[in-house]
Design a protein around this ligand. Structure first.
Ligand SMILES: [Zn+2]
Ligand SMILES: [Zn+2]
Length: 600
């Protein structure tokens, strides 16, 4: 493999005399296998010069773009990447699948007319978009493994292997355990997984935006330190380590000095990657050296959730039907068929689908079918999107009939597929609202008798959440009380809101369990993976809540810990949390006693 750096700067381009050696362009790396497969890792501003270079080498051009995530510094070069504009060129673009958006939609976002004069549809090359999750795929002759990194956006690291040589690209990533970021060599389970992912590679290209000494102010920003990456490389036994995503505030001299000061014990070759630098990864001896040429890509790791879905097609036009059928096949989604209004209603009731698509001219009328389905008020069909495909949109009648969206003819198969994906993805939402406890009525009475809801903040509670936050090293610690329709915060250290709706309360789940409820990684938990507070602010990854159970047995709320990174809680820590919760409980019951036993 040959690797060439076109952009090594993090966050924002920083051209100028102070960055002339390491370069000012943001992330972009070119990789070529001996067999001729061209892979571009990330498409930051460095892609402009790479594009020009590729154009000089002639067309037609076949390439693959592997995007780590869609933060601007990793995609801003895309609209300026010349090879995408040339008819006859063929590009596959791979990126992590967004929660509610496909890769194509995410990339189209930065090319909307508000931001850019040319839209994604005007790219002249043949472009295929691939939504990736964790897994393995084959790109030309290169075996690629993808793994989620720790970053405040869905981000994939890539490991590339071909001809007995291996490299890994991890940009952007923050150590899971804080001590590691500060330079400790003791690392946790999640970090061990990361080490395993990059183990034994000939070249590791890794985000190392900060120094350990700066990390205090950068916790949760999603980046590594030079020290932590050095430790990872040591443990993983990598041969060559290239730091990248250099902080825009670093000049060339500082970077030189910092890298020179690192202790690598001579175990591996280490440097800060510089724009224009070329590295040849020589295959280890004994491995076969294939020259397979450009083989078609193997089937990509698609989102596994889609395979559980079924779509009801109420379409009689054979051509249209085939188009939808092929689009669904491509995503592994099961299609069912109905050729009339009566058949569609019967099929929907027999087995509620994830999505219903009806032709406007379905016998019995598509719009009337939609109206009938909505009129059934069947809970299993309540959230199911119903799409009408027609030559023209009928906004008023459509809204009255309960139509979710219109798909207007003519459209291409790929267009139908990209439109259907978000509808299906929304139906695979993995988060559940908290159940209502069996003793809800007595519980609410007991809570109200405490006479504490909507009272002012008090030091005696704030002190305890501050202690909890510091003791466990979490950014947020709270005393929450679960009211009928809301969770109200008596004290919230690290969070600036007073209450949230009960539906999105983690604590409302915790009060069902009488023991401490620990969610080590919300993204891996069926109940919380797609939870609004997980996929959006404050992006909860870790939660631990100890129920506050009154003497009369009512669980009124919790003392809880929240972190934006996954973590575990040991048995000793759980006991400590229970001890702190007992102190909170004492204060709660004390206010009730001082009040004469509650409201009368
Ligand atoms: Zn970045
Ligand atoms: Zn980023």
């Amino acid at each position: 493999m040959q690797v060439r750096f076109w952009g090594t700067r993090g966050s924002i381009a920083k051209p100028g005399p102070s960055t002339i050696r390491y370069g000012g362009n943001t992330s972009c790396v070119e990789v070529r296998s001996a067999g001729g497969t061209l892979v571009v890792l990330d498409c930051g501003t460095g892609a402009l010069a790479l594009g020009a270079d590729l154009m000089r080498r002639g067309t037609p051009l076949r390439g693959r773009l592997l995007i780590s995530h869609t933060h601007w510094d990793h995609i801003q070069g895309l609209p300026f990447f010349a090879p995408l504009f040339v008819p006859g060129n063929e590009w596959d673009i791979y990126a992590p699948h967004g929660f509610l958006q496909s890769v194509r939609e995410m990339l189209a976002g930065q090319m909307q007319h508000t931001y850019f004069p040319v839209d994604l549809g005007q790219l002249g090359a043949t472009i295929r978009y691939h939504d990736l999750t964790e897994g393995e795929l084959k790109i030309g002759d290169i075996e690629v493994t993808s793994r989620y990194l720790n970053h405040p956006a869905l981000t994939l690291g890539y490991r590339l292997e071909v001809d007995g040589a291996a490299m890994a690209y991890c940009c952007d990533h923050e150590p899971h355990s804080r001590p590691l970021a500060y330079g400790s060599t003791e690392i946790g389970d999640q970090d061990h997984e990361h080490v395993a992912f990059v183990s034994g590679v000939d070249l590791l290209i890794h985000d190392a935006q900060y120094r350990a000494a700066e990390y205090e102010a950068k916790v949760g920003w999603g980046h590594s330190t030079l020290e932590s990456v050095t430790t990872i490389a040591k443990l993983a036994g990598v041969k060559t380590l290239a730091f990248t995503h250099h902080d825009p505030g670093r000049d060339d001299h500082t970077l030189d000095r910092e890298v020179a000061a690192l202790k690598t014990d001579g175990l591996f070759n280490v440097f800060a990657a510089a724009e224009g630098q070329v590295i040849d990864i020589t295959p280890a001896a004994g491995h076969p050296h294939h020259h397979q040429g450009d083989t078609p890509d193997a089937e990509v790791a698609e989102d596994p959730k889609l395979a559980e879905q079924s779509v009801l097609l109420g379409i009689v036009d054979p051509e249209l039907h085939d188009e939808f059928w092929r689009a669904l096949q491509a995503d592994g989604v099961r299609a069912r068929h109905a050729i009339s209004r009566a058949a569609a209603v019967e099929a929907a009731l027999a087995e509620p689908p994830s999505l219903i698509i009806l032709e406007r001219h379905l016998p019995g009328d598509g719009l009337a079918t939609c109206r009938e389905l909505r009129g059934l008020h069947d809970p299993a069909l309540a959230g199911v999107p119903i799409i009408i495909t027609a030559a023209q949109e009928e906004i008023g009648p459509g809204a009255a009939a309960g139509v979710t969206d219109w798909l207007l003819k003519p459209f291409s198969e790929i267009y139908a597929r990209t439109r259907m994906r978000p509808w299906l993805m929304r139906m695979t939402c993995h988060w559940s609202q908290p159940p209502i406890p069996a003793d809800e009525e007595q519980r609410l009475t007991a809570l109200r008798n405490l006479a504490i809801l909507d009272t002012e903040r008090e030091d005696r509670f704030d002190r305890l959440t501050r202690i909890a936050s510091a003791t466990f090293g979490v950014p947020i610690a709270m005393v929450t009380l679960v009211d009928e329709n809301r969770q109200w915060f008596k004290s919230a250290c690290g969070l600036d809101i007073g209450e949230t709706h009960r539906d999105i309360s983690f604590c409302a789940h915790a009060i069902i369990e009488r023991d401490v409820m620990v969610v080590p990684d919300a993204l891996l938990d069926e109940r919380f993976a797609d939870h609004p507070a997980v996929i959006d602010g404050p992006r909860i990854r870790f939660y631990a809540g100890c129920p506050l159970v009154l003497d009369n047995g009512a669980a009124v709320g919790t003392l809880c810990l929240v972190d934006i990174r996954p973590r575990e809680l040991g048995a000793g820590e759980i006991r400590l949390l229970e001890d702190l919760a007992a102190l909170v409980l004492q204060e709660l019951q004390r206010s009730a006693d001082a009040d004469g036993g509650g409201i009368l």
